[in-house]
Design a binder for this molecule. Structure first.
Ligand code: SF4
Length: 290
C-alpha cells in the first residue's frame, strides 16, 4: 500500500480500509484547514490505485468498509470512480459500504444520473464539509461554496439514494457571528435534511491561514462555554423532515452528543444545559485533538 503524506478520514471510518485515489484537496483554500497544505493536489494513477486494492485483498481477510481518500476524492471523473467501485465489488464482496469526501461543487458538477450510477456501483456515503450555514461565514473562511449550493448538493446526494454526512464546525465564526453561525447551521440542517450531521469544534494548527489571525489577535477563539451555548442554539434551530443522526463525538468536541433528530433533540439539549451548569462535564483542553 502506498500512502502519500498525512491521510485523514472521518471518525466513522476509523476501521475502514483507506486508499488514496487523489492526493490532497483540489480546493485547499479554507482558512481554518491545515490538512493538506503540505501537498499539491493530483490524481493518482489508476493502475496504482487498483494495485493497492489487490495488495489489501492479499493482506486483509475481511474488509467491511472502504474509504476513498484524500480531501475531495469525488472530484474524480465518474468513469474512473465507477471502475474503482467495480474493482472493489470484485475483490471485496463482503464490503458493506464505500465512503468518500466530496465538496459541494464536486456533487453539483455530476449529473443526477452519474450520482445514481455511483450509488448502484456501491458508493454508500458522501461526506460533505458545510462548516457553516451562513453565507457571510462561508465567504470569510473561503469555503468556495454558498449556503444555497451546499443545500442543493446535500439534497442532490440524498435524492440519488446516497446518504450524505454533513460536517459543521463550532466556534468557526468567533464571538461576533456566534448567533448567526449557530442559527444558520441549524436552519441549513433543517432545509437540507442530510442522513447524518457531524459537529466538530474549531482547532487551528499552524499551516492554516486562520492560525496567523489568532496569533495576531484578529480572531479570538470561543471559550468552551461559548462553544456549548453555540451548539445549543444550533440544535434549537433544527427542524428536520426525516431522521438525522447527529453526532458531536469527535475528539475536538467539549461535550459528546449522539442522537437521532428529531426524537433525541430534547435529550441532547438537556445534556448541553447540564454542561453549561457544570464545567466538569467539559472535556479537558489537553484531551482535545483533530
Ligand atoms: S476543509 Fe476540506 S475543502 Fe477545505 S481545504 Fe480542507 S480539505 Fe479542502
Amino acid at each position: 500500500m502506498q500512502y502519500i503524506g498525512s491521510v485523514y478520514r472521518p471518525p466513522s471510518e476509523a476501521y475502514s480500509l483507506i486508499v488514496q485515489v487523489t492526493i490532497g484537496c483540489a480546493h485547499n483554500a479554507c482558512t481554518f484547514c491545515s490538512m493538506f497544505k503540505d501537498k499539491s493536489f493530483s490524481l493518482r494513477r489508476e493502475a496504482d490505485i487498483l494495485r493497492d486494492f489487490e495488495e489489501a485483498r492479499r493482506v486483509y481477510r475481511r474488509v467491511e468498509r472502504i474509504f476513498l481518500a484524500d480531501g475531495d476524492a469525488l472530484v474524480l471523473g465518474t468513469d474512473k470512480l465507477l471502475r474503482i467501485l467495480d474493482k472493489i465489488r470484485t475483490l471485496f464482496p463482503e464490503c458493506a459500504r464505500v465512503g468518500i469526501y466530496g465538496s459541494p461543487q464536486d456533487v453539483l458538477r455530476k449529473t443526477q444520473a452519474e450520482l445514481i450510477s455511483l450509488k448502484e456501483a456501491g458508493l454508500g456515503i458522501v461526506y460533505i464539509g458545510a462548516e457553516s450555514g451562513s453565507d457571510r461565514v462561508l465567504a470569510d473562511i473561503k469555503k468556495g461554496a454558498t449556503r444555497a449550493e451546499i443545500i442543493e448538493s446535500v439534497e442532490k446526494t440524498e435524492e440519488a439514494g446516497i446518504p450524505a454526512s454533513v460536517t459543521f464546525i463550532s466556534g468557526l465564526a468567533g464571538r461576533e457571528a456566534l448567533r448567526e453561525h449557530a442559527i444558520e447551521c441549524g436552519t441549513m440542517i433543517s432545509r437540507a435534511s442530510p442522513s447524518y450531521v457531524g459537529l466538530l469544534t474549531l482547532i487551528v494548527e499552524p499551516p492554516a491561514p486562520l492560525y496567523a489571525d489568532i496569533e495576531a489577535g484578529r480572531f479570538v477563539p470561543l471559550t468552551p462555554q461559548e462553544v456549548v451555548a453555540e451548539t445549543r442554539l444550533m440544535l434549537e434551530h433544527t427542524e428536520v423532515k426525516r431522521d438525522c443522526v447527529f453526532r458531536s463525538n469527535h475528539a475536538s468536541n467539549y461535550v459528546s452528543l449522539r442522537g437521532t433528530l428529531p426524537h433525541d433533540k430534547a435529550r441532547m439539549l438537556d445534556r448541553l444545559d447540564a454542561a453549561l451548569r457544570d464545567a466538569d462535564m467539559l472535556k479537558d483542553e489537553r484531551f482535545r485533538m483533530l
